[in-house]
Design a protein around this ligand. Structure first.
Ligand SMILES: C[S@@+](CC[C@H](N)C(=O)[O-])C[C@H]1O[C@@H](n2cnc3c(N)ncnc32)[C@H](O)[C@@H]1O
Length: 229
């Protein structure tokens, strides 16, 4: 368990050509080495955002672990395709050094006008203050440990649960944490995560989620999606 940051990080390549970050202190990378971009698109965008965006005018998203900002950037890009408004809150306990984050160049990789500026703004905007990226996308980066975070009741439509794995951070995959997140979610809200561990699914069910296993991104058999009834 890591008690304080910052700690060492190394930029690593992944199989789809996008970069990720490896944290030796956790012994894990921030994304799948089978493809960072493909994993984020598959787990968080396709099986999370796309499931709700079609039938809403506004989405409140909570991300656990802002990290590289890849999930936030992909959500910003997807949002451009419809008239929906997004309020995106991301919790992060150990922010990346800004030069390292910007060097990942995720904005350029998207080939979408404005993406590089959006990615830079996401990293340069201050912590703990809502920042309006454009008329329909607001980002609030909360510098906090998830363990200390109290979500507003019934306020969130979608959770991107992207913590390090339960093998290295078991304290982030407990019933107490998921109970608190569930209380912050509206009825019908979704939680998506790359993690497919049976124990995590049992914990989610125990605190009242309806849980399904879905095909995982390249290199992973399954991922998990949970719905607050
Ligand atoms: C697997 S990485 C994923 C990050 C991000 N979603 C991305 O795509 O780059 C997990 C993230 O959780 C952060 N983290 C670790 N412990 C945390 C805690 N107790 N509370 C909040 N964030 C934490 C790490 O610093 C890291 O940024």
């Amino acid at each position: 368990m890591i008690e304080s940051g910052p700690f060492e990080r190394q930029v690593v390549p992944t199989a789809d050509g996008s970069l990720s970050v490896y944290a030796p202190a956790f012994g894990e990378a921030y994304h799948s080495l089978n493809g960072a971009l493909r994993e984020s698109e598959h787990v968080y965008i396709r099986h999370g955002y796309d499931q709700l965006a079609a039938c809403r005018e506004r989405l409140a998203i909570l991300e656990v672990g802002f990290g590289t900002g890849l999930n936030a950037l992909l959500t910003w890009e997807r949002r451009l395709r419809s008239a929906i408004a997004v309020d995106y809150t991301a919790i992060e306990a150990y922010p990346l050094p800004i030069d390292l984050a910007l060097g990942l160049d995720y904005g350029r990789g998207l080939h979408r006008a404005g993406a590089e500026d959006a990615f830079t703004a996401m990293h340069r905007c201050p912590w703990n203050q809502p920042h309006r990226l454009d008329g329909r996308f607001t980002l609030l980066k909360r510098l906090a440990r998830l363990e200390d975070f109290e979500p507003r009741l019934d306020s969130c439509d979608l959770v991107y649960y992207d913590a390090f794995s339960p093998n290295v951070q078991p304290e982030l995959w407990t019933a107490a944490i998921f109970e608190r997140l569930r209380a912050g979610m509206r009825p019908g809200a979704l939680l998506v995560t790359y993690c497919a561990k049976g124990e995590v699914r049992r914990t989610l069910r125990a605190v009242g989620f309806i849980v399904e296993g879905l095909p995982g991104p390249p290199g992973k058999r399954e991922m998990t999606r949970a719905r607050r009834p």
